[in-house]
Design a protein around this ligand. Structure first.
Ligand code: MN
Length: 133
């Protein structure tokens, strides 16, 4: 599914589970967006040093640096306002609130459809572009 807003966008997928990495990458396959996968937060921060990303999809539970710790570093040490969407396992109570309180911009529960994924990315990108303009 091609999506005007996603064409040429660089999306960083931070996810430690190989199957989920594949599913998310596959969802973007014909979207026009470029994707890079990081296996954990440390790798994500390294990739952010070397590339310019338009949005991050962030798993929460990962070895080394988890999604909460990584988001905290991105917001409070890198002072980056890059849109971050949390990808979490089904409905842990209070998790959405915790993600948003840490400065994430959106939230989707796994497993999700590519429609849900794109809708959420579209929402945060349009919101960010509206602020920037
Ligand atoms: Mn995980």
């Amino acid at each position: 599914m091609t999506n005007e807003l996603l064409i040429g966008k660089n999306i960083l997928i931070v996810e430690d589970n190989a199957i989920n990495q594949m599913l998310v990458k596959y969802a973007f396959a014909k979207s026009g967006a470029n994707t890079i996968v990081a296996e954990n937060g440390s790798q994500a921060l390294e990739l952010m040093n070397q590339n310019k990303f338009d949005a991050i999809l962030m798993d929460i539970y990962m070895p080394e640096l988890d999604g909460y710790q990584t988001t905290d570093i991105i917001r409070n040490q890198l002072h980056s306002s890059i849109p971050i969407i949390a990808m979490t396992a089904l409905a842990m109570k209070g998790e959405e609130e915790k993600c948003l309180a840490l400065g994430m911009n959106g939230y989707i529960s796994k497993p999700f459809s590519s429609e849900t994924l794109f809708q959420e990315i579209k929402r945060v990108l349009e919101f960010t572009e509206a602020i920037a303009s």
